[in-house]
Design a protein. Structure first.
Length: 320
């Protein structure tokens, strides 16, 4: 590689339940790669079924990184993700293998590719004050403040994702610059990676929603309710706001606490997951560098064939 040349990596993105994990493993087998999870919840130990971590059988012997690296009670920022993902990439490259990012947390992938725009500064007292304001005045109070200060960031964050709303406000109060401004400066500085980004989606939105419903039913059959109950009894949801707000768990807590019927909790989970998929697609559609594959009616191998051609076309262009 010529001095100063950017490093080629591969990334698989898309909404939840679109088949990203399967495609990443197939491409890792074909391209001699290793997978780096790009999921903000799969980093946490003990939260397995609800975050759709790939099983050992699904990994098929392909090494996976950035899974089970933190306790749910730990503060794990995007800066932490970028730092540890950098180490994973260096390790994979040292073995002569291809780093393949895979996940639906576009915020993490964008941060990594831009070199980690988020400032490292944190202030526990400020953060606790903001959490107290959320508890006292409600999530919408903080969200309205962010909307006034940094509307671009606010539009990319769900009002109930209090952790990210607070982090965006914290960045502004500590640095005097909005998160959007930090992102712009980081983009102008440029990163050291040259990614080929492949996105999975469906022309028929109903097909994606059908897959989401099947995914939720499969999670329940595999023991999601028991996993949520174990985490509740262990006090994880009390110690970790992140865990308590995670899709796949927060919807079942009402049932476990006797507040709603199980069928209602399951329907809420499916609705939350569909809304999350829509937000993911909104985020990814803003990235015009993504090579989209419409997966309607295609087998896993057919999707992998199409993705392989996208990768080969990009790498062959490097040689001309």
């Amino acid at each position: 590689m010529p001095e100063g040349a950017k490093i080629r990596i591969l990334a698989i993105v898309g909404p939840t339940a679109s088949g990203k994990s399967d495609l990443a493993v197939r491409l890792a087998e074909r391209l001699s790669g290793e997978v780096i999870s790009c999921d903000s919840m799969q980093i946490y130990r003990g939260m397995d079924i609800g975050t759709a971590k790939p099983s050992a059988a699904e990994m098929r012997g392909i090494p996976h990184h950035m899974i089970d690296i933190a306790e749910p009670s730990e503060d794990f920022s995007v800066a932490d993700y970028v730092g540890q993902a950098e180490k994973a990439v260096r390790s994979i490259l040292s073995r002569g293998r291809l780093p393949i990012f895979c996940g639906g947390t576009g915020f993490y992938l964008d941060s990594f590719l831009r070199g980690g725009f988020e400032p490292a500064e944190t202030n526990p007292k400020l953060r606790e004050r903001l959490w107290n304001e959320a508890r006292t005045f409600g999530n919408e109070f903080l969200y309205a403040r962010l909307l006034a200060i940094d509307p671009e960031s606010a539009e990319a964050i769900h009002p109930n994702n209090v952790r990210r709303v607070i982090r965006a406000l914290e960045i502004y109060e500590l640095t005097g610059k909005t998160k959007t401004e930090h992102e712009r400066l980081s983009r102008e500085a440029g990163g050291k990676y040259d990614p080929v980004i492949i996105g999975l989606n469906f022309q028929d939105r109903a097909e994606l929603y059908r897959r989401i419903d099947i995914r939720v039913d499969k999670m329940l059959a595999e023991g999601l309710l028991a996993e949520a109950e174990r985490l509740l009894k262990a006090g994880v949801f009390e110690r970790s706001r992140t865990a308590a707000q995670a899709i796949g768990y927060k919807e079942l807590l009402g049932y476990l606490r006797g507040e709603v019927a199980l069928d209602k909790a399951v329907e809420m989970l499916k609705q939350s997951t569909r809304r999350y998929a829509k937000r993911q697609l909104t985020w990814f559609r803003a990235n015009h560098d993504i090579n989209w594959i419409m997966a309607d009616g295609k087998t896993g191998e057919e999707i992998a064939d199409e993705a392989t051609m996208i990768w080969e076309r990009a790498t062959n262009a490097d040689k001309t």
